[in-house]
Design a protein around this ligand. Sequence first.
Ligand code: SAM
Length: 287
Amino acid sequence: MANLGNPKNTIEIIQKYEFMFQKKFGQNFLIDTHVLEKIIKAAGITKEDCVLEIGPGIGTMTQYLAESAGRVVAVEIDRNLIPILGETLAEYDNVTVINEDILMVDIRALADEYNGGRPIKVVANLPYYITTPIIMGLFESNVPIDNITVMVQKEVADRMKEGPGSKDYGALSLAVQYYAEPEIVANVPPNCFIPRPNVGSAVIRLTRHKTMPVEVKDPELMFRLIRASFNQRRKTLQNGLNNSPELSFTKEQIAGAIERLGLPAAVRGEALSLAQFAALSDILGEG
Ligand code: SAM
């Protein structure tokens, strides 16, 4: 099968099947062999690896993955793409295509079935409308993962890697950095896709921490505190936590905890590091 990273081959297959792009599924197919090679290299894929690909589209990246990995499991929601994948991946016997919504799939069970519960790698040119639920779902459901190498909106990639003091720092930065080490691998302009997206894109690799960067007694409480702080970004931490319907601490408990951390009473949530949110959570969790 011809390399679909070449735009001519992509256009040919789309015309052959009279494929109609569906905006609601975030369909922007990659047509740049350099970017495809970079993604495979950044993910560090070897024949020992089992790779989960989210949204294979017409199979452009799947072909590269099939060449370099031991096994590829590709989950695609759009049933109109399934016959196309049947043709474009016909020569590979190490690829399984599953026609499902990734948000409904038990990925832990997939890792068990296809990789005996050993850590998998996740590679995707993500549908941008569900980037956050996909990434958070992968981390929070304790799927055994080595790394996640994904194409996302440039602005979202920036948010994932920022720390306190940046305007892009927020709940997503803290959640990603709690679980993984983020690194931007490539910036990708709109002309590398058919059709062209309205935004710039970036490939980011999230390497799962072997040991967590902070110890926190109740991570779920820490994430409720983080969400409350950034929901009302321009308020003080004290007010943000006070006003949150997700929390029920008294004003005095919150003020006391902020003081015990050695922070000014009027500090904003966006000034706190992950370690400080963990400490705040442990203090408030003491009751
Ligand atoms: N991997 C292909 C490529 O790089 O050319 C296509 C990437 S395109 C940005 C995103 C793909 O994800 C599309 O094929 C789309 O149909 C699929 N998709 C969208 N929502 C999905 C979902 N909930 N579950 C699985 N696949 C989904």
